[in-house]
Unconditional design. Structure first.
Length: 217
């Protein structure tokens, strides 16, 4: 099972940023990385992703270290090899984390807030494969279809650790067999599209938000 926690980063602005960073259980390097971010929007979205991860990890039952380390490409993971895999994403003041329950099950995770003002046709013609363009054209809601395909590409890029630029340049996805899960949630008056990717079948996905009292609090 993979659990996803979604939160509104505007709610974090009521607290002191530095104090919230210090309260995270993910190690000094991750705290320092957050504190070094100058862009106000990005710093709260980054804090939001880790706050969502903290709320998922707290009741997970994992008793080891939750220190986060990053690969040369920037892909985060827990330093403890016995800890589960996770993913973090944020879009337009919405942040989220996904936490798996399988120790050897890497995941790729991405979400996007749907923006009706996007030039979906222009971007699709530039970056989508012929199959993806056809999939979008066949959909009754081209904008939602665009964001579903885009988040899937992002999720695959995060899963592989190669980065989105490599997938866009290839207009392709992944050499290995990748299993996908796609969903959507209405939250804070926004429509949010979510994609998960893994190298093993995704059996179940549960989505929680910070509006649900009692979870991760």
């Amino acid at each position: 099972m993979i659990r996803i926690y979604v939160l509104d980063t505007e709610n974090l602005k009521n607290g002191d940023f530095a104090e919230q960073c210090r309260a995270l259980p993910f190690g000094e390097s991750e705290k320092n990385r957050l504190l070094a971010i100058n862009n106000s929007k990005y710093r709260y979205e980054s804090l939001g992703g880790l706050t969502a991860l903290m709320r998922l990890a707290a009741p997970s039952g994992h008793g080891g270290s939750l220190e986060i380390v990053r690969s040369p490409s920037g892909k985060p993971r827990f330093a403890d090899k016995h800890a589960p895999h996770f993913g973090i994403s944020h879009s337009r003041a919405i942040a989220a984390a996904a936490l798996g329950d399988c120790l050897d099950g890497e995941i790729g995770f991405d979400l996007e807030v749907i923006d009706e003002g996007y030039d979906v046709n222009g971007i699709a013609n530039r970056f989508f494969s012929d199959k993806e363009c056809q999939q979008m054209s066949d959909s009754a809601d081209r904008t939602s279809a665009f964001f579903s395909i885009w988040t899937a590409k992002e999720a695959r890029a995060k899963l592989s650790g190669r980065g989105l630029s490599s997938l866009l340049s290839e207009k392709d996805s992944e050499d290995r067999r990748v299993y996908e899960w796609h969903g959507a949630v209405e939250y804070g008056g926004k429509r949010i599209v979510i994609s998960l990717c893994a190298y093993a079948p995704i059996d179940k996905v549960s989505i929680y938000t910070d509006s649900e009292d009692g979870y991760g609090k």
